[in-house]
Design a protein around this ligand. Structure first.
Ligand code: NAP
Length: 282
């Protein structure tokens, strides 16, 4: 039976490390890193996400700039704030919480974030740097997945990795990171023929789909490492994309939902913010 990958504990380790590194950075005479969040409107889930990021920043010694605009804020008003933050030397990372209300084009505004402050790693410049294998800020959830694999000493070089899902947020960047680590990567999506056969080849299987139990336990290669990114609800409970119990019988390592990939995202956001501050000082 597979060992569980404890994302909660690993995320805490990363956050503790970032806190120590921030303290050392400040002790060396630098300004603390700064993370600005922009929340437009009053979507309760978005408010919880932003609150979590601000709380994590405070715990890490990162200065938080918590910008909240009303649901009737206009596109140009949000854009002006974003450009002001782009220029502000105290701000090293900028997050525009999505979704935004319909009159604000959140996707277009995200592309206007200064790439040096793009701690979500989602601007075209950051995506291009990742595709080219050049240094840059990487998306947080995919970075968190790589961190879980590294902390469990999972051999990536030469491994057969299968990523199910090709979103800009998770699937594509995690595939690029695995490729950069010299895995042999296959990316599956809704038009993939015979998903079962592809998954059965995987030494490392990353499921980032958003469909409860799409990946069947019997599709898991014996001894595989299974990373379940799905955050779904079934019978009122958080549930991933993988048939957990059946997969656990065959896998070597597996992430639970909740407590697997989920907690890593904020931890890697903290690390990205510190990296952005260090790069800005160079
Ligand atoms: P998304 O943008 O909806 O993308 C889903 C992907 O799954 C698409 O590429 C889609 O294919 C593919 N897909 C859908 N049905 C499929 C099927 N039957 N067979 C094979 N592939 C299929 O989702 P996302 O943003 O990547 O998120 C995926 C999941 O991860 C969600 O549950 C989300 O909540 C979760 N998530 C978790 C975290 C975290 O833990 N921190 C962060 C982000 C996302 P097409 O491209 O062909 O449509």
């Amino acid at each position: 039976m597979a060992e569980l990958i404890d994302g909660k504990a690993i995320a805490q380790e990363v956050r503790d490390e970032v806190r120590e590194q921030v303290a050392a950075w400040v002790a060396a005479g630098h300004e603390p890193p700064g993370l600005a969040t922009i929340l437009v409107g009053d979507d309760p889930a978005s408010a919880v996400y932003v609150g979590g990021k601000q709380k994590a920043s405070a715990e890490a010694g990162i200065r938080g700039f918590d910008h909240r605009l009303g649901a009737d804020a206009q596109h140009e008003e949000v854009r002006a704030l974003l450009h002001q933050l782009n220029e502000d030397p105290e701000v090293n990372g900028i997050l525009l919480q999505l979704p935004t209300p319909p009159q604000v084009d959140g996707a277009a505004l995200t592309e206007e974030i200064n790439p040096a402050k793009d701690v979500d790693g989602l601007t075209p410049i950051s995506v291009g740097l990742l595709a080219k294998g050049r240094p840059g800020l990487r998306p947080c959830t995919p970075l968190g997945i790589l961190e879980l694999l590294r902390r469990h000493d999972v051999q990536l070089e030469g491994a057969e990795a299968v990523v199910v899902g090709r979103s800009d947020l998770v699937g594509k960047p995690v595939a690029a990171l695995l490729l950069a680590a010299n895995a042999t990567v296959t990316v599956c999506h809704s038009r993939t023929q015979d998903l079962r056969a592809v998954c059965r080849r995987a030494d490392i299987l990353v499921a980032a789909v958003g469909v409860v139990d799409l990946i069947k336990g019997e599709w898991i290669k014996s001894g595989a490492v299974v990373i379940d990114v799905g955050m779904n609800r079934a019978d009122g409970k958080p549930t991933g994309d993988v048939e957990f119990e059946a997969a656990r019988d065959r896998a070597r390592l597996i992430t639970p939902v909740p407590g697997g990939v989920g907690p890593m995202t904020i931890a890697m956001l903290m690390r990205n913010t510190l990296e952005a501050a260090k790069a800005a000082a160079r």
